[in-house]
Design a protein around this ligand. Structure first.
Ligand code: SF4
Length: 348
C-alpha cells in the first residue's frame, strides 16, 4: 500500500490566544501572519492533486496544521473545512484532519467537525504532568486531555496526541508517568517533538537568563527512544519524532536537541539496543549472524557509524557478522545461531 498523500494547510497561531513558553508557531510552520482563506485552501488542494495525478479518495488526506483549529470562530472553521468539502464530495479527497488544544473540544465543536467529515483530531498534550503544564503556560490541565479524548472517541473521531519531552520542570519520572497515562488513553497515533528553544518564544528568554536548560541531543534521543519503545509495546504508532526541517526553524533555533534526521537517530539507537542485547548473550569466541532488513543498513551503523564504534568499545563488534534479508521487518534485528570461529583469522 502506498503512503497516503497528506496535503498540508498551515494556520499559524490562528484561533490561539495563548502563548505557550515554547511556542513560536510562525517559526515552526514557516508561514507568515496572513490568514489563509477558503479560496487559498481550495487552490492548495487543487495544486497538490494536480501534481499527484492518480492519487485520489482514501489515499488523500487534507491536514490543517498549526494554531488551534477549534478555537477559531465557527464561521471561520466552516469556511476552511467547507473549502475541502467539494473535494470530499467528489471523492478526490478521502479525509480531513486537524490539530487543536485539548480544552477546545466540546460537543458543539464536535458537531461541526463531524458535519465536515473530520476523521482525525490531534491534540497538543505536551505533558500529563499538571505542574509541567503550568510552567509551560498551557492554560489547560491533564484532565482536559482525558475529557477531550473521551469526547472524540464518542464522536467516532480518531485521536492523535502530541508530546513534548524536555519542558521546564519535567523529570524522568514525570515523563514516564506521562507516557503511561497516554498509553492508558489508547490514542490512534502519537507524535513526539522534543522541546526546542525558538527565537521569540518565552523559553528563549528563560534560556538566556539561565533559567532553562534544554535536553542535549543525546539525552533527547535516549528519552524519545524509550518513549517509542513503550508505545510500540502497547501497540501505539509513533508517526513522527522531531520537528520537520525547514529554513525558518533552523534560522530561529536558539538551542535544544534539534537534528534534521532526529527520528533516524532514535531508530538507530533502538537498533543498537537490540544488537547489544542479542550480543550480550554470545560467548567470547563465538560469532552469530545478525539479520536486518536491507533497508536498515545505515540505521544499524548509526549516524557516522556511531553504533559500530559503540559495539567496538563494548567488545561486541567481533561477535557477529551482518546478514541482509529483504524479508526482515524494518527496524528489527534477528539473531541466527552462534558458530565457533578461530581467533587468529576470524573465520568460522
Ligand atoms: S496553544 Fe498551540 S498555537 Fe497556541 S501558543 Fe500554545 S502551542 Fe502555540
Amino acid at each position: 500500500m502506498s503512503t497516503p498523500l497528506v496535503i498540508p494547510v498551515f494556520i499559524p497561531h490562528e484561533g490561539c490566544p495563548h502563548r505557550c513558553v515554547f511556542c513560536n508557531q510562525r517559526r515552526i510552520s514557516g508561514h507568515g501572519a496572513v490568514p489563509v482563506t477558503g479560496r487559498d485552501v481550495a487552490r492548495t488542494v487543487t495544486t497538490w492533486l494536480d501534481r499527484a495525478a492518480g492519487r485520489t479518495g482514501g489515499d488523500v488526506q487534507v491536514a490543517f496544521y498549526g494554531g488551534s483549529f477549534t478555537g477559531l470562530e465557527p464561521a471561520r472553521q466552516a469556511e476552511l473545512l467547507g473549502a475541502v468539502a467539494p473535494f470530499i464530495a467528489s471523492g478526490r479527497v478521502g479525509s480531513l484532519r486537524l490539530s487543536t488544544r485539548p480544552d477546545y473540544i466540546d460537543s458543539g465543536r464536535l458537531t461541526l467537525l463531524r458535519r465536515f467529515h473530520v476523521s482525525l483530531v490531534e491534540l497538543g498534550v505536551q505533558s500529563m504532568d499538571d505542574a509541567v503544564l503550568v510552567r509551560a503556560g498551557r492554560g489547560h490541565d491533564s484532565g482536559d486531555v482525558v475529557r477531550a479524548v473521551d469526547l472524540l472517541r464518542r464522536a467516532s473521531i480518531r485521536v492523535g496526541l502530541q508530546l513534548l519531552p524536555g519542558l521546564p520542570g519535567e523529570s524522568r519520572c514525570s515523563l514516564m508517568r506521562t507516557v503511561e497515562q497516554v498509553i492508558g488513553l489508547r490514542p490512534d497515533m502519537v507524535r513526539i517533538y522534543p522541546a526546542l528553544v525558538l527565537e521569540g518564544s518565552a523559553l528563549a528568554r528563560l534560556y538566556r537568563q539561565g533559567r532553562y536548560r534544554p535536553l542535549s541531543l543525546d539525552g533527547a534521543v535516549v528519552r524519545v527512544a524509550w518513549m517509542k519503545r513503550r508505545f510500540a509495546a502497547a501497540g501505539i504508532r509513533v508517526v513522527r519524532m522531531g520537528l520537520q526541517a525547514g529554513p525558518e526553524l533552523e534560522d530561529g533555533l536558539v538551542a535544544g536537541p534539534w537534528h534534521p534526521a532526529f527520528g533516524e537517530l532514535v531508530e538507530a539507537r533502538l537498533m543498537l539496543r537490540q544488537a547489544r542485547r542479542l550480543l550480550a548473550c554470545v560467548a567470547a569466541g563465538m560469532r552469530v549472524e545478525l539479520v536486518i532488513s536491507c533497508r536498515d543498513q545505515s540505521l544499524f551503523r548509526g549516524h557516522r557509524s556511531a553504533n559500530i564504534r559503540r559495539l567496538e568499545r563494548l567488545g561486541l563488534a567481533d561477535r557477529f557478522v551482518l546478514r541482509l534479508d529483504p524479508d526482515q521487518p524494518r527496524h528489527t534485528v534477528r539473531c541466527l545461531p552462534a558458530h565457533r570461529y578461530r581467533q587468529d583469522d576470524g573465520t568460522a
